[in-house]
Design a protein around this ligand. Structure first.
Ligand SMILES: [Zn+2]
Ligand SMILES: [Zn+2]
Ligand SMILES: [Zn+2]
Length: 266
């Protein structure tokens, strides 16, 4: 396909770098059916997505597995990183952005004030402006307190409860079209947020397992959110070892279980 046609056909591509919960699947030392599953889609690294547009590319979160994910997907370009929150499964690969940071001269980092404070504390060697080592990651902090743009994509923060904390999901829109809403970690989705993303083409949402959990949505709760948002398609992410890929067959039409390496093109 000619390059021009390809970029016309895909104005935004989402790659699932990881779709697993904080411990990943398989879990260390677990003999359950899902952890021992022969289906490669039951192997889930920590949740993160990579977004490519004709103008620029970025990652949402850099979890513990970021280096492995970047190698697997042959990622050559990252122009920014957008963080949902500072739990370890979402930030611990931060330092591996240095390849991209060095190529660009710096790495724009988008995060809420609270998440940025945690990043600055955990990775203080990188944020120190007096840092003399040229190959260190050089973050360029941008506090997210409202919608912002990366190239032609409008990115709207979606503050949602995640247990006792409030974390950011994000809505990605282009030319006033709501393409993707990403809510990887949440325990409820308030009506105002469901309204803001209503009719989005693709809803990517936390669905840890069938049983309720204090800080994550269950499958039933995620389906309830989808019924309010009414997206064209729904993809579950942040999945734990209680939910096999094969469970997709019992979900309603248009609802899928995402898996590592899956790409969605818009
Ligand atoms: Zn998480
Ligand atoms: Zn297991
Ligand atoms: Zn979390």
């Amino acid at each position: 396909m000619p390059t021009q046609l390809q970029s016309l056909n895909s104005e935004l591509t989402v790659t699932f770098l990881g779709t697993g919960t904080s411990q990943g699947v398989p879990m260390i030392g677990c003999d359950c059916n899902v952890c021992q599953s022969p289906d490669p889609r039951d192997n889930r690294l920590r949740s993160s997505i990579y977004i490519e547009t004709p103008e620029c590319s970025w990652v949402v979160d850099t979890g513990t597995d970021f280096r492995t994910q970047a190698l697997r997907e042959n990622i050559r370009e990252v122009d920014a990183v957008v963080f949902t929150h500072s739990h370890t499964d979402h930030i611990m690969g931060f330092d591996d952005l240095r390849r991209f940071s060095h190529a660009r001269g710096s790495m724009p980092v988008y995060a809420s004030a609270e998440t940025m404070r945690d990043l600055e504390r955990v990775f203080q060697f990188a944020f120190k402006t007096s840092n003399p080592v040229p190959y260190y990651l050089k973050p360029e902090p941008h506090i997210v307190d409202g919608p912002f743009k990366l190239g032609g994509t409008l990115i709207t923060p979606l503050p949602v409860p995640h247990g006792n904390s409030i974390v950011n999901g994000y809505l990605f829109s282009r030319a006033d079209r709501k393409l993707v809403a990403y809510l990887s970690d949440c325990s409820t989705v308030p009506d105002a947020i469901a309204e803001l993303i209503s009719g989005v083409k693709v809803l990517i949402i936390d669905a840890l397992r069938d049983k309720p959990h204090p800080t994550h949505l269950s499958v039933g709760q995620a389906l309830e959110v989808a019924s309010r948002v009414r997206p064209e398609e729904t993809y579950f992410t942040h999945i734990c070892h209680d939910l096999p890929q094969s469970a997709e067959s019992r979900l309603p039409a248009g609802v899928h279980i995402a898996y590592d390496g899956l790409k969605l093109r818009f």
